[in-house]
Write a protein that binds this ligand. Structure first.
Ligand SMILES: Cc1cc2nc3c(=O)[nH]c(=O)nc-3n(C[C@H](O)[C@H](O)[C@H](O)COP(=O)(O)O)c2cc1C
Length: 529
């Protein structure tokens, strides 16, 4: 095994939570000195985006068939909407003197390590260059003005992570959460783009170094521990005739462009250091690669009964903090629709160019017509036999649906097990169902260590689909990053590292916390935008 794969596997093993001990994290947290959730660069020109909150006509259910949504023109208003619906604020919450922002994309611990950039090539709606999105102000900071006149290849969106912002609270396990958050952000971007009639194309061949250079992350403009690591670059196809991106020309334009600004300090005192995060980040950095074109044919989905608009569903998405453990069973059609929506043959996964490597093991608690127990949803037919061989021999693997590869494994009340496995969190047991996302792991990492990150991105993407589908079904979801890794494997009978559970999720009827006040997302901007 090569050294990088070894580093990644060591990191993964040492950041497992177990019933006996949690992964290493800070012993104390100074809540008064949290890292600033909003990065800003001082010394850049600021471009205010048009007033956020505009409604668009497509229904959430229309997003199943994106080709039926007519493409909006690329202009400042629609570029702003793309950013708002993907990464913008969705509300403020207030409890006593504490006030915190929520966003359209979720984030472990609401720490938001993901930063988003917009790159304009040659379209005249904004000066060609690189812009950092400030979700708090719904504005763009111009980091770079391109020197060359590039042909109009439309816009790109780049994503990066400030690992330290997450590690401040979660210590060594934080690198995993940053990757989940990138997957969620990618999902959020896809739904935002589809609502505008646009498509997201992952520029999957690009190496991290090129993404870093284009976004200016390799520059000396950051406090050392607060640097950003490059993750993903996407081209947004606005279907208005832009050509494909010439990476070389783009990089040259960035390297010879005028750069502005320095990242403000995120303030919090750097009390703890987590060198394993830098180590795994280096070992899992992505080189230039050859990637396949997408091969999967899209299948029609079980129809959504949701009559709300896509913008409403996107802006109302929240994590449930508590579920009603006495909820009536979830209608089976809603359950099947949610599972169908995470299959790789749906529009939400059109940007995902690889065969799926993440499969679901579901703890059904309250679903109409289904015995409580454990079920499996292999997202790739090739994985079925491998999953059967890797899990408990007594699982019966009885296929229970014509439309879906959904298998019954074991009947029994799993509420207590689900709760215990998810770090004793009642959200995993009081819901309609909760689940573990099990990855084809060991061989994937040995083949290419940077795929470690992509496995988490795939989990985050699935999580984002579940979040929005839960809202569309009139209920709510919550991502669960805290679970006891090897206890999950033990319950399923998984031995060794061929398969590993990388993320959990839960869906049910939320209970509102009446003590919290909800304030409008952009009320603080007044009418000035
Ligand atoms: C990767 C990830 C892991 C999470 N893990 C947990 C968890 O273990 N327990 C929990 O109650 N919420 C968890 N959450 C939910 C976050 O706390 C929530 O997204 C954040 O507070 C922002 O709130 P919002 O989702 O309502 O916008 C997780 C979210 C993500 C994206």
């Amino acid at each position: 095994m090569n050294k990088q794969a070894e580093t990644v596997l060591n990191y993964h093993n040492r950041t497992k939570h177990s019933l006996e001990r949690y992964a290493k994290g800070p012993e104390s947290i100074d809540w008064e000195d949290q890292p600033d959730q909003f990065r800003r660069f001082s010394g850049c020109g600021i471009v205010a985006l048009p007033k956020p909150g505009a409604e668009l006509e497509p229904l959430f259910a229309d997003l199943d068939n994106p080709e039926t949504i007519s493409a909006k023109p690329l202009n400042m208003a629609n570029a702003g909407l793309l950013l708002e619906l993907a990464f913008g604020l969705s509300a403020w919450k207030q409890y006593g003197p504490s006030r915190w922002a929520l966003r359209c994309n979720p984030s472990s611990g609401n720490l938001h390590p993901t930063e988003a950039y917009l790159i304009n090539t040659g379209n005249d709606f904004i000066e060609p260059g690189v812009y950092h999105y400030v979700s708090h102000d719904h504005s763009l900071e111009q980091r770079c003005r391109f020197s060359d006149n590039l042909p109009d290849a439309g816009i790109l969106i780049g994503l990066s992570s400030i690992h330290w912002r997450e590690a401040w609270k979660y210590g060594e396990r934080a690198f995993r959460y940053c990757q989940h958050d990138i997957g969620h952000a990618l999902g959020a971007l896809r739904y935002a783009a589809a609502t505008l009639g646009w498509t997201v194309e992952l520029q999957a061949e690009w190496p991290d170094d090129d993404i870093g250079q284009l976004l200016g992350l390799d520059r000396d403009d950051f406090k050392k521990q607060e640097h950003e690591s490059p993750d993903i670059i996407c081209r947004i196809d606005t279907h208005t005739g832009g050509k494909l991106i010439d990476i070389k020309a783009l990089l040259e334009a960035a390297l010879s462009g005028d750069w502005f600004g320095k990242a403000d300090s995120l303030r919090a005192y750097h009390m703890y250091k987590w060198p394993v995060i830098d180590e795994v980040s280096a070992a899992a950095s992505k080189p230039r690669t050859e990637e396949p074109e997408r091969q999967t044919v899209l299948h029609p989905l079980i129809k959504s009964s949701c009559t709300r608009t896509a913008t409403q569903i996107i802006r109302q998405r929240r994590s449930a903090q508590q579920f009603d453990g006495k909820m009536p069973p979830l209608p089976q059609t809603d359950f099947y629709r949610m599972l169908a929506a995470v299959m790789p043959t749906t529009a939400a996964f059109e940007l995902w160019r690889w065969p799926p490597k993440i499969h679901l093991f579901i703890f059904v608690h309250r679903v109409e017509g289904l015995a409580p127990g454990i079920y499996a949803l292999p997202r790739d037919s090739d994985a079925l036999e491998k999953l059967q061989a890797a899990t408990l021999a007594e699982f019966d693997w009885q296929k229970i649906s014509e439309a879906l590869p959904l298998y019954h494994l074991h009947s029994g009340d799993c509420r207590q097990i689900a709760k215990t496995l998810s770090c004793h969190q009642p959200i995993a047991s009081d819901s309609a169902f909760s689940l573990g996302m099990v990855a084809e792991f060991g061989e994937t990492i040995e083949a290419a260590p940077w795929l470690y990150r992509r496995l988490f991105w795939e989990c985050g993407l699935i999580g984002q689909v579940l979040y929005l589908e839960a809202e569309a079904a009139g209920i709510r979801g919550t991502g669960i990053g805290c679970y006891f890794d090897d206890s999950v494997h033990e319950i399923l009978g998984i031995k060794g590292d061929k398969f590993q559970s990388l993320y959990h999720f839960t869906v049910g009827k939320p209970l509102e916390d009446k003590r919290l006040e909800t304030l409008p997302a952009y009320g603080h901007l007044g009418d000035v935008v």
